[in-house]
Design a protein around this ligand. Structure first.
Ligand code: SAJ
Length: 454
């Protein structure tokens, strides 16, 4: 309870609310609390499975009927290698601890409901909360008296106070902290490690009130082995968006040092190795761009409300601009290498290695390769795309390299790190992820250039 509330004495609704919080606590402890999860994507699905595995009765709600059908058949709709998820899903569906529907009515008996829907930003970097608002409008009318609602989606600081709370009060006709309790526990998952991160990475439990935060910690203790930190909602919103903006800014720094190295004849990989020997330094890796579902979006969420209020935000947009420019820089490197080989980019045939946004992943969301491919095609180059993980782009790299004038490495897939570059016989090789550590030894026949290298 806030300091103000303490000195003023308990608000009139406090005794009733206190009783409901105690009821939530005891139901969670006894695992008789019924859980609902709205949005069964790469975050909601593993969350639902883990709570079901822990012994809770879980109902999932998703608007995509075909996804619901697949899930109720115990089949994971998530592509890519997610250790343990498919087997866990099949088990909790088989034993009936998880069932999925498109019908929000199924949530009416739930004591706890998590919301795990997409929260993108648009081309003007403005948060687009259509999915979040729809979820809140659909949940309100069926929300159980005294239920706990937890937003797990990543949201801009201020969203809980100015979007979620008023909208849920309006749609449910209940008052926050009396008729329902509200919290924000941002997810910290990563494709390829969904279950591992959910179990093993600490989480911030932001409650509208300290009592709510305490209930959230009791709940997540059932599935999280790492630290659970109590906070208020705005702190939870700030932590998640700041941790990803931090990563984006640091990647941008590495990219800018790489561009400087190219200009002055340094090798950014040697520079990075020696910089990181200095105490307290941890220079990240420069590369062909920054993709994914989190890093390109979360810095704009962090900055949103402050910018709206006129706070000068300069570093975050600048870092975004640097990272967004890297795929285009790769095109510049390619053009100059081809020119050195006496070849125009227009009319050339280019093999692009990697279309996922991350090494050893099939996830193509916001892939830097998409930006590069679009640019190459605009410049009238013919593009051949290979990616061992992405359906439609799999194949034999050596075969696909035949007749190509250049190879461009966009993703550091393990397969590329093991390639014998002499079998490709392409005149030009541009390395955006340092998969070629010693070009003279590994690719003596090609004209080589790489991000951050002389
Ligand atoms: N990248 C670089 N240089 C680096 C690191 C990454 O260019 O030094 C590029 C990657 O190639 C990729 C993009 O940035 O295109 C994002 O890579 P990432 O390693 O950050 O992976 P993500 O996008 O899955 O990030 C998520 C984030 N986790 C959450 O949002 C909960 C991030 O905060 C984590 O640090 C990261 O997973 C992780 O390493 O777990």
């Amino acid at each position: 309870m806030s300091e103000k509330a303490k000195c003023r004495g308990n608000p009139p609704w406090f005794p009733e609310a206190r009783g409901r919080v105690n009821t939530l606590q005891s139901k969670i402890a006894a695992q008789t609390a019924r859980l609902g999860v709205i949005g069964l994507g790469y975050v909601g699905l593993p969350v639902a499975c883990l709570f079901a595995e822990a012994g809770f009765d879980v109902v999932g709600v998703d608007i995509q009927a075909e996804r619901v059908e697949k899930l109720n058949a115990g089949v994971s709709p998530i592509e890519g290698d997610e250790p343990g998820l498919a087997a866990l899903l099949a088990e909790v569906v088989r034993n009936g601890s998880l069932r999925v529907t498109t019908d929000y009515e199924a949530l009416q008996d739930c004591d706890v409901v998590t919301i795990n829907v997409e929260t993108p930003v648009d081309e003007n970097h403005v948060p687009r909360y259509v999915a979040l608002r729809n979820a809140l409008r659909s949940l309100g009318p069926v929300l159980k008296e005294g239920a706990l609602v937890i937003v797990e989606s990543t949201i801009a600081p201020g969203t809980m106070a100015r979007v979620v709370k008023p909208l849920l009060e309006e749609s449910s006709g209940k008052r926050a902290n009396v008729g329902f309790f509200l919290g924000h526990c941002p997810e910290r998952v990563m494709p390829g490690k969904l279950l591992a991160n959910l179990r093993g990475v600490s989480r911030v439990c932001g409650g509208e009130t300290p009592e709510t935060a305490a209930v959230m910690i009791a709940l997540y203790r059932h599935i999280v082995a790492a630290e659970l930190d109590p906070a208020d909602c705005v702190t939870a919103e700030l932590v998640k968006t700041a941790e990803n903006a931090y990563r984006d800014v640091n990647i941008a720094f590495a990219n800018e040092v790489a561009l400087i190295c190219e200009a002055v004849g340094g090798n950014v990989w040697r520079v990075r190795e020696l910089v990181n020997k200095s105490p307290g330094r941890n220079m990240l890796k420069p590369g062909a761009g920054v993709g994914g579902h989190c890093i390109p979006k979360d810095p704009w969420l962090l900055a949103y409300e402050a910018r709206e209020k006129g706070t000068p935000i300069r570093l975050i947009p600048a870092a975004r601009a640097v990272n967004e420019s890297m795929p285009l820089h790769m095109v510049e490197l390619l053009e100059s290498a081809l020119a050195e080989a006496g070849q125009e980019l227009a009319g050339s045939r280019i093999l692009v290695l990697g279309y996922a946004y991350l090494e050893n992943s099939d996830d193509t969301r916001n892939s830097p390769s998409a930006v590069l491919v679009a640019r190459l095609r605009t410049l009238s180059a013919e593009v051949v795309i290979h990616d061992p993980y992405v359906p439609g782009y799999q194949g034999d790299v050596v075969e696909m390299a035949q007749g190509c004038d250049a190879v461009v490495v966009m993703v550091g897939h393990e397969e590329y790190r093991k390639l014998d570059w002499n079998t490709l016989h392409t005149p030009v090789l541009v390395d955006g992820r340092r998969v070629v550590t010693d070009p003279v030894r590994q690719a003596p026949e090609t004209l080589f250039c790489g991000i951050g290298r002389p």
